[in-house]
Design a protein around this ligand. Structure first.
Ligand code: ZN
Length: 411
């Protein structure tokens, strides 16, 4: 089973100095910053998924690309844009999709099938997913009572766009493998979509709209789909990573999936921020007085004193540095951390989680390229350079957990 990492231009600055927190003045983001596949010497994912919605930006989703970047992606193609020829672990296939979540609130997708197909061709993707419209409701009882008209329309629209996309692909002999998208509100309605997509001619089908579903609902849906799935039809799960059920997924025809969860959890999750092969840990929050928006707001509104904030922040960083050097014990660090935390957020207390992670020091045992070069800075929840690198580390660990679950040795 192949794991695709969805792109949202997550890069790190190799010139960033973690002790002084300064960058090289000559650093050019575009030229010098690195993708995860340029940081790791061993494989951390099988492919990259690029969404048109993320590249262009739509509605409330602002583009992660500057205009110049967008033009360069279309002009040079994705393999060049992502500098894939430099990667040491071999081929990284590129998959394109429309990014249906960016326009889920619209009545119709804002693109045409032709727009999307030419985006895929210009980017030079290996796989292209047909244009779809997400159904954000899981209501198996609708199979008896009848689905809401809007949901039925979205399914019909997705299927007819899939037909047009497939026809265009055939007519112009487009140079990528096409995927149809199955949308539904129940196991039976998803199975119906799959049947129809196979009739059109698709042998690789992306399953959409499953992100909010519980694992047992996903499995029930895949089982029903499996009843109509041809032996030569493969499935791709859009936005799903359930490591504990990958073996079941594999048995039910899932050949690939994509997910940003390992990367995002590093800095979006309340507690599961640092992955290991066995479990997850909470990262140690030391917010930057300069640069943390929440903290800056409290300071500028006069609720917090800036000088005091700086002192407490500095004391935490110093304690972590000395702890890592073996000069002070866990309790000393915890005391500093709790003083800062009480100051900027009287309600939060991460003391138990911090004690656990500080006693185990899981970053010391991780053999990934990031942990080996970064040391304890990777466990600090602080600024994009550290947080994103922790996300890279999580992706690398996730890939190894996946291989282990599948009974494969990691590359
Ligand atoms: Zn690591």
């Amino acid at each position: 089973m192949r794991y695709f990492l969805p792109d949202s231009q997550d890069l790190v600055d190799p010139s960033f100095d973690f002790d002084t927190e300064r960058r090289l003045a000559t650093r050019q983001r575009q030229r010098d910053d690195l993708y995860a596949h340029e940081v790791f010497t061993e494989r951390a994912y099988d492919g990259i998924l690029v969404s048109k919605g993320i590249v262009d930006g739509f509605g409330a989703t602002t583009s992660r690309y500057t205009l110049a970047q967008r033009q360069r992606l279309l002009r040079t193609g994705a393999p060049d844009f992502f500098r894939l020829s430099r990667v040491k672990w071999g081929a990284i296939p590129m998959m394109g999709d429309c990014g249906a979540f960016t326009y889920v609130k619209e009545e119709k997708p804002p693109y045409t099938v032709e727009d999307l197909a030419s985006f895929y061709v210009e980017c030079g993707f290996d796989y292209g997913i047909s244009l779809d419209h997400v159904i954000l409701a899981y209501q198996p009882e609708w199979d008896q009572t009848g689905a809401l008209a809007e949901m039925q329309e979205r399914q019909e629209l997705t299927l007819s766009l899939a037909q047009n996309f497939f026809d265009l692909h055939q007519r112009d002999a487009l140079p990528f493998t096409p995927l149809g998208v199955a949308q539904g509100w129940s196991p039976r309605s998803y199975a119906r979509s799959l049947k129809e997509l196979q009739r059109i001619g698709y042998r690789y089908v992306a399953v959409g709209g499953m992100v909010p579903l519980k694992t047992h609902e996903i499995l029930a849906t895949l089982r029903e789909m499996n009843c109509v799935r041809r032996d030569d039809t493969r499935l791709h799960l859009l936005g799903i990573s359930r490591i504990e059920t990958v073996q079941d997924f594999a048995r039910l025809g899932v050949a690939s999936f994509d997910s940003t969860a390992p990367l995002r959890q590093a800095f979006k999750d309340g507690k599961d921020n640092f992955y290991t092969l066995q479990r997850t840990y909470t990262a140690v929050r030391i917010p930057q007085v300069e640069g943390n928006p929440k903290l800056q707001k409290l300071i500028s509104s006069g609720k917090l004193n800036q000088e005091r904030a700086r002192e407490l922040e500095k004391a935490c960083l110093e304690a972590m540095r000395r702890f890592d050097a073996g000069e002070v014990k866990v309790d000393h660090v915890l005391e500093r951390l709790s003083r800062y935390e009480e100051f900027y957020d009287g309600e939060a207390s991460h003391q138990d989680a911090y004690r656990e992670v500080l006693e185990v020091r899981p970053w010391k045992h991780c053999p990934c390229d990031v942990c080996r070069t970064l040391g304890y800075h990777i466990i600090l929840f602080r600024g994009a350079e550290r947080n994103r690198r922790r996300g890279f580390h999580n992706t690398w660990v996730f890939y190894r957990r996946l291989q282990r679950e599948l009974g494969l040795a990691a590359a």
